[in-house]
Design a protein around this ligand. Structure first.
Ligand SMILES: N[C@@H](CCC(=O)N[C@@H](CS)C(=O)NCC(=O)O)C(=O)O
Length: 232
């Protein structure tokens, strides 16, 4: 059942034709990485929300290293290749680029380009990503050989993750984290929650963060999330 971007499970289909494409022949955006990565998935949801067509390269940073090497020798995902061949790393920067693209096309960006609301959304995204990164750390801790296990560290990380979800839960008063519309804070939180519930179900005790749970249920049922299922 565990898929997370780790080396243990069997491979997923690789779009070899896409890998062969060179810079000049790229007609659209190309997103590299599996959707079991919350960082990849929040970018995929954002692309879908904006209606930006993209090609998805489902390569694992661990299981498809030979195929990934020529594309991304850093073995770090997500990586977004723009139609002109430029490559972008770090999901936050990818999202910022997509917001810029959306604004230029007259679409309301999921994070405003300037101002107080932008800072607020960014800080809630930071909480969501801190919680998510701690969850990823727990997933890696769980894969250590028993003789290298460090339970005290895992407990510290778990405490940090829970603190971050608790702070985010306290910020959720209505249907969305900020105002009465979908923003990147919601997408990032739900991508992180989806990852935990898929990969580490015991780390998301039912009912502990009920408002976030409701947000996740609503967004996971939305077209942009349903288009990029975590177990694809
Ligand atoms: N801060 C990065 C985190 C990305 C990240 O940690 N991705 C994982 C996949 S879930 C990865 O590439 N792991 C391989 C590695 O770090 O060696 C981002 O937001 O893009």
């Amino acid at each position: 059942m565990l898929h997370f971007c780790h080396p243990i499970v069997a491979g997923k289909p690789v779009h070899e034709k896409s890998i062969m494409k060179d810079k000049a022949s790229l007609a659209q955006h190309q997103l590299l990485g599996l959707y079991d990565s919350p960082f990849v998935r929040r970018v995929a949801v954002t692309l879908t929300h904006y209606g930006i067509p993209f090609e998805h390269l489902s390569l694992s940073v661990f299981r498809h290293m030979d195929a990934m090497q020529p594309l991304n020798p850093l073995f770090k995902v997500p990586m977004l290749t723009l139609p002109d061949g430029e490559k972008l790393y770090e999901s936050a920067y990818l999202l910022d680029y997509l917001d810029e693209l959306a604004a230029a096309r007259g679409i309301t960006p999921l994070t405003p380009r300037t101002g107080r609301e932008r800072r607020r959304i960014q800080q809630l995204m930071a909480l969501a990503m801190i919680a998510t990164e701690k969850a990823v750390a727990i997933a890696y801790e769980a894969r250590r050989p028993p003789e290298l296990a460090w339970p005290e560290w895992a407990e510290r990380v778990r405490g940090q993750m829970r603190a971050a979800w608790g702070l985010l839960e306290a910020e959720l008063a209505g249907d969305y984290l900020v105002g009465n519309r979908l923003t990147q804070a919601d997408i990032s939180a739900v991508a992180g929650i989806g990852f935990i519930r898929f990969t580490l179900p015991d780390e998301w005790p039912a009912g502990l963060w009920p408002r976030l749970e409701g947000l996740a249920a609503r967004l996971e049922a939305s077209p942009a999330f349903m288009a990029v299922p975590i177990d694809e």
